[in-house]
Design a protein around this ligand. Structure first.
Ligand SMILES: CC(C)(COP(=O)(O)OP(=O)(O)OC[C@H]1O[C@@H](n2cnc3c(N)ncnc32)[C@H](O)[C@@H]1OP(=O)(O)O)[C@@H](O)C(=O)NCCC(=O)NCCSC(=O)c1cc(O)c2ccccc2c1O
Length: 295
């Protein structure tokens, strides 16, 4: 008699080879990040590339990340987005303290100092495609928040996680606090912020901060395996699930994201199209005559 088995999902058959990356960094004039696509896998790879400061971000970096996220979101060939850091020593060490000015980060690229990374967080939440953080080395401060805001995190066994805000006179009272508490619970979130100590990859796994820990050499392959599996699945189902999982935490904006999915699906239905077609033909709509109106 056949026995039920976890292998019946065929997950073990999915390749964990690295992506075949095509580098689009120069095409978009990016200087602080790299932007690559693996067309065969339908995956975009966005990486912070400031190794001299352990991939700390300045306004230029954040604005390039926002642009790259837009590119990946609007590219119909992309179904999964990897967010990572170049090199193996740091995913990201947070906001670049050397350009922390009065009232925000200021590298001279914008007219006023801003905390633009908060806009990036919102953009990542609203992106209908899954974002997977691949973390090698330090994910600290604002870098730690970036991986938390991503939908999934694969960590290398050399990863180190933590907040430093209270040590450097900063705090993130947005997703960096509330989303963290949803992930690890209120007591643990208070510990992470109030003590500002660092945690190993295994400790992060134990508290649900990351999805999987793998040897450093397997980080890219494992991340690609997750992306390939996601690409096998229904993009609409995944997009609606992301919106649903965000919805209660994101309040009205979260409901709106979910509602937008509903409207878009309705537009694809015969009933939705009948309303448009009737208006354009200047005739009464016959909603009840089309196959999708059987509620
Ligand atoms: C990550 C480290 C623990 C690594 O330590 P290590 O000893 O290995 O390396 P060094 O400290 O010697 O660093 C080498 C080199 O890099 C520079 N550097 C590292 N991180 C940064 C950084 N974040 N900003 C600027 N420069 C950095 C370092 O100065 C060295 O330069 P040299 O010229 O001396 O070679 C350790 O580096 C570390 O603890 N880094 C700082 C982590 C940190 O405090 N990050 C900022 C937290 S606050 C934040 O990120 C933040 C950002 C936002 O945009 C917010 C927005 C809204 C609300 C809150 C925000 C927020 O809190």
């Amino acid at each position: 008699m056949r026995q039920p088995t976890t292998a019946s999902d065929n997950y073990h058959l999915i390749s964990d080879t690295p992506g075949q990356w095509v580098d689009h960094t120069a095409k978009y004039g990016f200087q602080d990040i790299t932007y690559k696509l693996s067309p065969e896998d339908g995956t975009a790879r966005i990486a912070i590339n400031r190794p001299e400061v352990h991939n700390a971000f300045r306004p230029i970096t954040v604005n390039e990340l926002r642009k790259a996220m837009d590119l990946a979101q609007d590219d119909p060939t992309v179904g999964a987005i990897i967010l990572t850091g170049e090199g193996t020593y740091a995913f990201c060490s947070g906001g670049d303290q050397a350009v922390r000015g009065e009232g925000g980060y200021d590298d001279g690229s914008e007219p006023v100092p801003r905390l633009r990374v908060l806009d990036l967080h919102v953009q990542m939440r609203r992106c209908p495609k899954p974002i997977i953080a691949a973390v090698a080395g330090y994910a600290i401060g604002g870098g730690h928040i970036l991986h938390m805001v991503a939908d999934l995190t694969i960590a290398a066994d050399n990863a180190v996680f933590g907040q430093t805000g209270p040590r450097v006179g900063s705090f993130d009272a947005g997703y960096g606090s509330s989303h963290m508490a949803r992930i690890v619970g209120q007591k643990k979130a208070r510990e992470i912020w109030f003590l500002s100590r660092f945690y190993s990859a295994q400790e992060a796994l134990d508290m649900g901060l990351v999805n999987k820990v793998v040897p450093l050499a397997q980080l890219e392959g494992e991340t690609m395996k997750w992306c390939r599996r996601i690409m096998e699945n229904s993009p609409t189902a995944i997009s609606c699930l992301k919106a649903a999982l965000n919805a209660d935490e994101d309040g009205q904006a979260g409901s709106m994201q979910l509602a937008g999915n509903a409207t878009r699906l309705f537009y694809l239905s015969e009933e939705g199209k009948e309303g448009r077609d009737a208006f354009l033909a200047k005739r009464p709509a016959r909603f009840r005559a089309v196959p999708t109106s059987k509620l």
